[in-house]
Design a protein around this ligand. Structure first.
Ligand code: FAD
Length: 409
């Protein structure tokens, strides 16, 4: 159904919301578009906040998805520093934090996710930080530098990227992880072992199986992390990187179906046909795995924006996709395609000692996912194998002397 002349209100001016606004215009949507965002700046990319930008290798302007003028030039009413507070589905309006309310024909929820806080003593001390927004990144960048001691709580991708950037800035870095290995929720053991060793070579210390019990401080400022066993790790700053939670309360409160995110269909439409949800906040179907889940990645934000904009502009649904994401640490480029659901075999192609290898996760003779370190062909062809659901010859796949093109034939 075309909703071509309707007023589209987008709540959340992040990667997904900003992209949806631009795509709607690109796809010919003629009606008004209002982009409402809690943050004071136009939509920007978050990945550099823990990587190039944090290390000082990218300027602030390079973060923006589009220059500020783009929105006015394309008839997009961008309203910064305003949060949506509640949705009245009957009246089709959203109450805003500036006291006004805005009516919509179509509403897109693109409210993203927020960093999870640790409910432990000292969490409000100065120097205990998160990394979700450009403002967070500014604070972190101003704190970390030569001779500073940085403790990173959480050995996931963002924690490890902050650790790598912290080292590049000359800080002493220690990563505390509750699980016995790094990346325990998101990557295989081979990768955990590899990343730990690589970071250690770059001077990062690790405490695995270590639960942060409190932040200690003096004069309101953090001075250490106390572990559950009583041991205190001294530090000048802490970054808490223990995951993100979807900003889905506004959807739940107005009765939309939610489950760890806002439930949507392949058009990104929620249980209310006039409301879409995209990006980190959406819990969406992934046909190649025949299941639904919530993802936190830029490609996922772009895909959701495409789905919603296509449905609103009356275009066909985008083609099938393979979810993917990446992480940059030091000179390592990790690219991950797919998810390792129901895997019964893991094959390593190449030698981790060379920092150029790939880990393939298989179910029977089909590739479910690939984690590729400095190996673009493995990532690209792996993606195609996942999408095509074609059987592979495992011996050839595991043999780095056989090109990925030949493996895929
Ligand atoms: P966001 O970009 O978070 O945008 C949501 C926006 O909505 C925010 O501006 C928020 O303030 C606003 N908002 C929330 N509630 C309201 C409300 N009620 N009213 C108005 N506005 C509201 N992904 C990758 O694929 N690769 C990477 O290497 C990578 N690195 C990352 C590094 C960091 C430090 C972070 C934080 C994320 C990284 N990601 C990475 C994840 C990626 O950035 C997110 O998946 C992506 O930004 C999600 O887009 P989004 O629009 O759904 O959410």
């Amino acid at each position: 159904m075309s909703e071509a002349a309707s007023h589209v209100v987008i709540l959340g001016a992040g990667h997904a919301g900003g992209t949806a606004a631009a795509l709607l215009r690109q796809y010919g949507h003629a009606g008004p578009i209002t982009l409402v965002g809690e943050e004071p700046i136009p939509p920007y990319q978050r990945p550099p906040l823990s990587k190039a930008w944090l290390k000082g290798e990218a300027d602030a302007d390079s973060l923006a998805l589009k220059p500020l003028e783009f929105y006015a030039e394309h008839g997009i009413d961008f309203r910064p520093s305003i949060a949506g507070l509640s949705i009245n589905r009957g009246a089709k309006s959203v109450a805003l934090s500036d006291g006004s309310s805005i009516g919509y024909d179509v509403l897109i929820l693109a409210t993203g996710a927020r960093a999870i806080a640790l409910p432990i003593p000292g969490a409000d001390l100065d120097g205990v930080m998160f990394l979700r927004t450009a403002a967070d990144a500014e604070t972190l960048k101003a704190t970390v530098g030569p001779g500073k001691r940085l403790a990173v709580v959480g050995g996931g991708y963002i924690g490890l990227e902050v650790a790598a950037s912290g080292r590049a800035l000359g800080a002493e870095v220690v990563v505390l992880e509750r699980e016995p290995r790094l990346l325990a929720r998101v990557a295989c053991e081979t990768l955990s072992t590899f990343f730990k060793a690589y970071h250690e070579q770059h001077g990062v210390g690790f405490e695995l199986g270590a639960t942060a019990a409190a932040f200690e401080g003096a004069d309101g400022k953090v001075s250490g992390v106390r572990l559950a066993d009583g041991w205190v790790i001294p530090c000048d700053a802490v970054v808490v990187g223990v995951g993100a939670a979807p900003n889905d309360e506004i959807a739940r409160d107005c009765g939309l179906e939610t489950t760890r995110g806002v439930v949507v269909d392949l058009d990104a439409r929620t249980s209310d046909p006039a409301i879409f949800a995209i990006g980190d906040v959406a819990h969406r179907p992934m046909p190649i795995y025949d299941r639904m889940f919530r993802m936190e990645s830029v490609p996922n934000a772009l895909e959701g924006a495409k789905q919603a904009a296509s449905a609103i502009a009356g275009r066909p649904q985008p083609a099938g996709e393979v979810p993917w994401q990446w992480s940059d640490q030091y000179d390592l480029k990790l690219q991950i395609a797919g998810y390792a659901f129901d895997v019964d075999e893991v094959l390593v192609r190449g030698d981790p000692a060379t920092a150029k290898f790939a880990v393939f996760h298989l179910r029977g003779d089909k590739v479910q996912s690939v984690e590729a370190i400095n190996s673009p062909p493995e990532f690209m062809m792996g993606k195609q194998l996942i999408l095509g659901r074609r059987p592979v010859d495992k011996a050839r796949l595991a043999d780095a002397a056989v090109s990925m093109k030949e493996v895929a034939l």
